[in-house]
Design a protein around this ligand. Structure first.
Ligand SMILES: Nc1ncnc2c1ncn2[C@@H]1O[C@H](COP(=O)(O)OP(=O)(O)O)[C@@H](O)[C@H]1O
Ligand SMILES: [Mg+2]
Length: 248
């Protein structure tokens, strides 16, 4: 059996607002294998973003544990949480989060600079990724000169630049047009397949969910159902049909 890339066990998280206690995740368990693409779907407020933020260490779980490549993350260590994002996890957000004063090429290279990666091939890696996402002619542009879809493609290249073990993507297709949405799904799938990266992605779109190996439904902090892809990945129609039947 393959070691899971990501294993989440009994993860719980609640927020406290004054005296009110708002449970968000309730003993949630989930695994993502190397090269596997798992999609999370669920209504607004069901805890999707909280789950990704707990995994990446942006937020800390109240209980339960998370391991990456068989190693349990120590969330009490600030340093470990930072290293986790610098070395092991790539993140894509709904609103891109690019640095406006840096060019496309500099934005993508930033994680390597922060991690003090002096690999001579790093310029090559940045340019290769930007070619993969179709932006090889935009290296010296600034974010304001790009469309929303192009900004998201830059942020995907940035999330991949340090060969993360795990890519977390929170509604990456939420603010792009359908054509770019499909390109994003293709790039995420190919990355999972060719680089062995585990991909955990949130979406509201059944069409995009249909690209996954597995779709998990989150409701009120627990996974209530799961759909597995058992057909031909080149033809995601059966899972799409099922998602539509379920009224997702
Ligand atoms: N920092 C926070 N403080 C208090 N409540 C929060 C905080 N972040 C999220 N929540 C609450 O947790 C619930 C789940 O939020 P979230 O994970 O963002 O849901 P989703 O991404 O599925 O829409 C919501 O009810 C939200 O209001
Ligand atoms: Mg969210």
């Amino acid at each position: 059996m393959k070691e899971p890339q990501l294993q989440v066990n009994d993860l719980s998280k609640a927020y406290r607002l004054g005296n009110t206690h708002i449970p968000v995740l309730e003993r949630l368990s989930l695994r993502v294998d190397p090269g596997e693409m798992v999609v999370i779907m669920g209504p607004s407020g069901s805890g999707k973003t909280t789950l990704l933020n707990c995994i990446s260490g942006i937020d800390t779980p109240d209980s339960g544990d998370v391991s990456l490549d068989g190693r349990t993350i120590d969330y009490t260590s600030e340093q470990e949480r930072t290293q986790l994002r610098r070395r092991h996890i790539g993140m894509v957000f709904q609103f891109f989060n690019l640095i406006p004063t840096l060019t496309v090429e500099e934005n993508v290279a930033l994680p390597l600079l922060i991690a003090r990666n002096r690999d001579a091939r790093r310029v090559e890696r940045v340019r290769w990724l930007l070619t993969e996402v179709g932006l090889e002619r935009r290296l010296t542009h600034f974010p304001f000169q790009l469309s929303g879809g192009e900004m998201q493609l830059v942020s995907i290249a940035r999330a991949m630049v340090h060969y993360p073990d795990l890519l977390l993507a929170d509604e990456p297709t939420g603010n792009v047009n359908p054509q770019v949405g499909r390109s994003i799904m293709r790039i995420l799938r190919e990355t999972a397949k060719h680089e062995g990266t585990g991909v955990l992605m949130v979406t509201h779109s059944p069409e995009h969910g249909a690209w996954a190996d597995r779709v998990c439904f989150l409701k009120e902090g627990v996974i209530t159902a799961e759909l597995k892809q058992n057909g031909n990945m080149e033809d995601p129609t059966p899972i799409h049909r099922k998602l539509l039947e379920l009224g997702i």
